[in-house]
Write a protein that binds this ligand. Structure first.
Ligand code: FAD
Length: 503
C-alpha cells in the first residue's frame, strides 16, 4: 500500500521550520509539519497551560522523572528541582550527553515556548566572520529587519526600566558593570513590555512576574504559535501533526519517504506510519536535525550524505555564573523572568563576552546577581551515531568548556574586584562558581556551506533542505533565534524562486 503523499514536509515547528512553512504555504504549496511535542493550548486543572518555575509539575519536562533546572541548589539546599512522577510529554527537554546538557523546547513552537525571548541581532563584523559566505548586506538590510518585524520584537521603555522594582536586579548589575568600566546595552525581546507593565499593576494575569519562563509563559510572550505558525496556518495550506516524531528518512523517487511514530502524552506509541513528500525541510533543531541525518547516513537509508554531517557543533560559548552582592545591594523580591539588559564586552580582543543579566525569581531577597554569558569558544564538538541506542552521541569533553569559563571569569573577576564582592558557590553542584556544562544555544551539526550549499540544500540530495540552527557554526555572539529566523527567511526565498519557481 502506497504511503500518503504531501508536496512539502517540514520536520519540527521551531524557528527555521516555522519560517519555511509560512513561506511555502503563502506560495500555495501544501505543507505538512511534523512536531514530536504537544500543541500547548489546553489549560490544566489550575486553569493554566504552563506551570511556573517555582511550582513545576508534569507539564514542565519532556519525559523526565525530575525537573532539571539549570541551577542545582540554592544555599546548597536541594530546593530547586522537584520529582514529577510519571514521565510526560512536557515542554522543556534536557538532552544529557557526557559533559554537556542541551536544553530544547518540545511542542508547537519549539524553543520559542521556553526561551527568554531575548532578540538581539549579532554584531555585523562578527556575523561576517562566522558566516562569510552569506551576503551580509542582504541580511542586515532585508532579512534581519523582516525577522524582527515578523517575530514582534520590542524594546523596553527606558523610563519604565529606570523606575520599576521588577528590574531592580538588572539595574544593580548594570551599576556594578559600569563601576568596573564595562558597557551595558538594552536587549530587545519578544515579550510584550506593555503587557509587563499591566501585569505589574495587576491589570492583567501575571506571567513574567509569576516565575514563568523555562516551562512556558502563559501570557505576554509572542512565541511562534502566535506569530509565524499562526500566519502559516492562516494560508490554508499548512497543517501540523503533533506528538509525532520523524524517525527515518529514505529516498523515494524524486522525493523522500519519512517514518513517523505517534505517541500519546504519556509516551505510549499509538501509531507507526510513513509519509511521502517531494520536498523535505529539516527544522528539528541543532541536535534533532543532525541526529536524523546521521541516522540516515549510518543506517544506510541515505548512505551518500556528506561526511560533514555531525561536525562543527558548539554551545555559543554559554556559561552561567552568579555574584553575591553586599547586603546594601538587594536585587528585589519581585523579578521579571524576562531579561532586558546585558553587559557588552564583545569588542574585547582576548575575552569577548556578552552577558545577559538574568533574574533569580524565587520570591524572596537573594542578594544574588545571576548571568548567562555568551562567549567566544573556539572548541567544537561532533556527533556520532550510536547503533545500540539509535541516537546521536555528542563528543564534548569537560575541558572544551574551559574557554567559555575563562572569558566569563575575566569579566566577572573585574566586576567583583571593583565592587568588593565574590561569586556565589551555592547554586551549582560541587561549589562551582561557573556552569558551562549545559547550554541553551546549541548551534551546528550540519553547517551551511559544508553539509549543505550556501542556501541549506543538503549536498548531493536534491529536494532535501536544512532550515534551522544546525546550519550555524557553533557561535553567534548573541542569543540566536533572530539570526536563525533571518537566515531561514533568506534561504527559503532563494529556494522558492530557484527550486519551486515561486516568487
Ligand atoms: P527548535 O526551536 O529547537 O525547534 C525544533 C523543533 O523540532 C522542536 O519543537 C522539537 O520538538 C522538534 N523535533 C525535534 N526532533 C524532531 C523529530 N525527529 N520529529 C519531529 N519533531 C522534532 N534564544 C534566543 O535567541 N533568545 C533567548 O532568550 C533564548 N533563551 C533560551 C532559553 C532556553 C531555556 C532555551 C532552551 C533556549 C533559549 N534560546 C534563546 C535558544 C533558542 O530557543 C533556540 O536557539 C531556537 O529555538 C532554535 O531554533 P530551531 O529552529 O533550530 O529549533
Amino acid at each position: 500500500e502506497a504511503a500518503p503523499y504531501v508536496p512539502a514536509l517540514v520536520v519540527g515547528t521551531g524557528y527555521g521550520a516555522a519560517v519555511t512553512a509560512l513561506r511555502l504555504g503563502a506560495a500555495g504549496i501544501k505543507t505538512t509539519m511534523i512536531e514530536m511535542g504537544q500543541l500547548w493550548n489546553t489549560a490544566g486543572k489550575d486553569g493554566k497551560v504552563f506551570c511556573s518555575t517555582l511550582n513545576p509539575d508534569r507539564r514542565s519536562m519532556w519525559f523526565h522523572r525530575r525537573t532539571e533546572a539549570p541551577l542545582d541548589t540554592f544555599l546548597w539546599l536541594d530546593v530547586v528541582n522537584r520529582d514529577l512522577g510519571r514521565p510526560y510529554a512536557g515542554v522543556l527537554d534536557r538532552i544529557d550527553f557526557p559533559n554537556m546538557g542541551v536544553y530544547v523546547g518540545r511542542g508547537v513552537g519549539g524553543g520559542s515556548l521556553v526561551n527568554g525571548g531575548m532578540a538581539p541581532t549579532p554584531d555585523r563584523a562578527y556575523f561576517e566572520k562566522v558566516l562569510p559566505q552569506v551576503d551580509a548586506d542582504a541580511m542586515y538590510r532585508r532579512y534581519f529587519p523582516l525577522a524582527r518585524r515578523m517575530l514582534g520584537v520590542n524594546t523596553i521603555d527606558p523610563r519604565y526600566l529606570e523606575q520599576t522594582p521588577v528590574y531592580k536586579y538588572a539595574r544593580v548589575s548594570r551599576r556594578h558593570a559600569h563601576r568596573a568600566g564595562f558597557r551595558t546595552s538594552v536587549v530587545p525581546n519578544v515579550y510584550d513590555f506593555n503587557y509587563l507593565r499591566r501585569e505589574e499593576k495587576k491589570q492583567a494575569p501575571r506571567s513574567a512576574l509569576a516565575g514563568e519562563v523555562i516551562y512556558g509563559n502563559n501570557h505576554g510572550k509572542l512565541s511562534l504559535d502566535k506569530t509565524y505558525l499562526a500566519d502559516a496556518l492562516g494560508t490554508g495550506n499548512v497543517t501540523i501533526r503533533t506528538l509525532t516524531r520523524v524517525t527515518t528518512i529514505r529516498q523515494h523517487g524524486k522525493g523522500y519517504l519519512v517514518g513517523l511514530e505517534q505517541i500519546d502524552a504519556w509516551g505510549k506509541v499509538i501509531r507507526r506510519s510513513e509519509l511521502a513528500c517531494r520536498h523535505l525541510f529539516l527544522g528539528a533543531g541543532s541536535v534533532g536535525t543532525t541526529e536524523l541525518l546521521l541516522r540516515a547516513r549510518e543506517t544506510g537509508t541515505l548512505p551518500d550524505l556528506p561526511a560533514a554531517i555531525g561536525r562543527g557543533w558548539g554551545t555559543n560559548g554559554n556559561v552561567m555564573t552568579a555574584r553575591a552582592n553586599h547586603l546594601w545591594d538587594p536585587t528585589g523580591t519581585l523579578q521579571s523572568t524576562i531579561p532586558t539588559l546585558a553587559i557588552d564586552n564583545w569588542r574585547h580582543p582576548k575575552h569577548p563576552a556578552f552577558a545577559e543579566i538574568a533574574p533569580l525569581p524565587v520570591g524572596l531577597e537573594t542578594w544574588a546577581s545571576l548571568y548567562l554569558a555568551i562567549t567566544v569558544n573556539p572548541e567544537r564538538g561532533h556527533f556520532t551515531y550510536n547503533h545500540h541506542t539509535d541516537r546521536a552521541d555528542l563528543h564534548w569533553s569537560a575541558g572544551q568548556s574551559t574557554p567559555s569559563i575563562r572569558s566569563a571569569q575575566f569579566l566577572f573577576d573585574k566586576i567583583n574586584k571593583a565592587i568588593g564582592t565574590t561569586y556565589r558557590r551555592d547554586l551549582f553542584t560541587g561549589n562551582r562558581p561557573f556552569a558551562a556544562d549545559f547550554c541553551y544555544h546549541p548551534l551546528g551539526g550540519a553547517l551551511l556551506g559544508k553539509a549543505t550549499d550556501n542556501y541549506g540544500r543538503v549536498r548531493n540530495h536534491p529536494n532535501l533542505y536544512i532550515t534551522d540552527s544546525a546550519l550555524i557554526p557553533g557561535t553567534l555572539g548573541v542569543n540566536p533565534f533572530v539570526t536563525i529566523t533571518a537566515l531561514a527567511e533568506r534561504n527559503i526565498t532563494h529556494i522558492l524562486a530557484k527550486d519551486l519557481n515561486r516568487r
